[in-house]
Design a protein around this ligand. Structure first.
Ligand SMILES: Cc1ncc(COP(=O)(O)O)c(C=O)c1O
Length: 453
């Protein structure tokens, strides 16, 4: 226990520092949900502090909802940890559009002229009622347009009635996590490695359970052995490894959901960008009864639009709508209508075709530069998306490489930063936002850093 809670035992405010250390240990899952804490007497002896200090810390954490104390059965970590107030006060530090940063499209490709035309059309033709509070799930006409697009391009089986527009995929995950908690789920499984952002959004309501990913995608056997009855997946292009979920695993995960009454939450965040063939249809299209589809325009257009959506099996819709209404009274209707206009006019398809061509050339340039400057290092996940993974030799500290790269003006992400458990080191490298020459120059610098590591 002493190794789990490190804090300064000297001076005033010891109980406060112990409380904070315990809270951090719970938040970081070093004290997992349901685990039993030592008695106040034992912990006081263990840590070398007075029993009163431990009693005060336990009482505070019970009051905040982190711990559950029951007479006779001791003190345990709560199944659902409370919302982290602290995240609201963390300052935002922009990374900037540095070379190799994953997760951003080329913002210079944003279809400004088409967007201006679409927005103008909305302003010119809309009634005043559009400016009123509307359905928090978004205007029906926009959802109809989006449902048609998702059916055509992603082979999704959705209708306007089961779609909700959200503030990015991020809000969809926050809504879904709360919905799962209200429905009695005790945890939600995620891919490991996976997206830190998605992890944090889910963790606002539920403990998150990491399930390993191999070269076929999520290990469904491990998922089956876990307590989770809901899982968030990135089947089209696993984030960050880039693995496309194999047909066998697709079938296996759908069978798991149908057998256990489980729910698959499909994060279809960058599926439009597939380079070697047409994009594989989404999982929701073959298993709409057990799949929630989550999507976003952040990679296809721009993150600043905050345009996302989710579509769920009908029995979950009332609870999801309730959660959305409790979070916000609706999204930005004018942008949503403009988006619908872009979808309906073919402008979105044209933009995607152009972006796909550009990104393919950039991906090829990045792969060529890596092959030249860092020969022999395996490259994964090149078939789709806006990033790939460079595998580093075992024992290399990828976090240290990422820090050194940042000092050199590059922004790769360490694979270890995407993991909840140990695994092979690597770098997640974005290529969408820079020209082939810029990428080649970046790799030349990166190679020096990697070699000296
Ligand atoms: C795995 C994954 N899912 C979803 C998103 C999209 O998030 P949003 O729509 O909230 O911008 C991202 C963006 O970085 C992501 O990496």
């Amino acid at each position: 226990m002493e190794a789990l809670v490190e804090f300064d035992k000297q001076g005033r405010g010891v109980a406060g520092r112990l409380t904070a250390a315990l809270r951090t240990a719970i938040e970081q899952r070093r004290l997992p949900a349901g685990s039993r804490l030592p008695s106040t007497r034992e912990l006081a002896a263990d840590l070398g502090v007075s029993r009163g200090v431990v009693v005060e810390a336990y009482e505070q954490l019970v009051a905040e909802g982190w711990l559950v104390g029951r007479r006779g059965s001791g003190t345990t970590v709560a199944a659902a940890v409370p919302v982290r107030e602290a995240t609201a006060t963390v300052d935002f530090v922009p990374v900037g559009l540095l070379p190799l940063r994953p997760g951003v499209p080329d913002l210079g490709l944003f279809p400004r002229a088409a967007w201006r035309r679409a927005y103008e059309q909305v302003l010119t033709t809309m009634t005043d009622a559009v400016l009123d509070y509307g359905d928090p799930a978004g205007p029906l006409a926009v959802r109809e347009q989006l449902a048609a697009y998702l059916g055509r391009v992603r082979a999704a089986r959705v209708t306007a009635a089961d779609l909700l527009l959200t503030s990015g995929a991020a809000q969809a995950f926050t809504i879904l996590s709360r919905m799962l908690l209200a429905a009695g789920h005790r945890c939600v499984a995620i891919e490991d490695p996976g997206s830190r952002g998605v992890h944090d959004q889910l963790a606002t309501a539920l403990p998150v359970l990491p399930v390993p990913v191999d070269d076929q995608g999520i290990e469904v056997d491990a998922l089956s052995r876990s307590a989770a009855r809901a899982v968030v997946l990135t089947p089209a292009h696993q984030f960050p490894t880039g693995v496309v979920l194999s047909p066998a695993r697709r079938a296996q995960v759908i069978a798991w959901a149908r057998r256990t009454g489980g729910l698959i939450i499909e994060d279809d965040y960058d599926a439009e960008f597939r380079y070697d063939r047409d994009p594989v249809g989404c999982l929701q299209g073959i298993a709409p009864d057990v799949t929630v589809a989550v999507g976003s325009a952040s990679k296809a257009l721009a993150p600043a639009l905050r345009l996302g959506w989710l579509s769920a099996p009908v029995e979950h819709l009332p609870a999801i709508r309730t959660q959305q209404r409790s979070i916000d009274l609706g999204g930005p209707a004018l942008e949503q209508y403009a988006f619908a206009h872009l979808l309906g006019s073919g402008g979105y398809d044209r933009h995607l075709r152009r972006a796909r061509r550009t990104y393919r050339t950039r991906r090829d340039a990045l792969v060529a530069a890596l092959t030249e400057f860092l020969p022999g290092m395996p490259i994964h996940g090149v078939a789709a998306g806006l990033h790939l993974v460079l595998q580093l030799p075992a024992g290399v500290d990828d976090a240290a490489v990422a820090v050194a790269a940042r000092r050199a003006g590059l922004a790769p992400v360490a694979l270890s930063a995407c993991r909840l458990t140990d695994g092979h080191p690597g770098l997640v490298l974005g290529y969408a936002a820079h020209t082939p020459d810029e990428l080649t120059a970046a790799v030349a610098i990166l190679a020096g850093i990697v070699r000296s590591a």
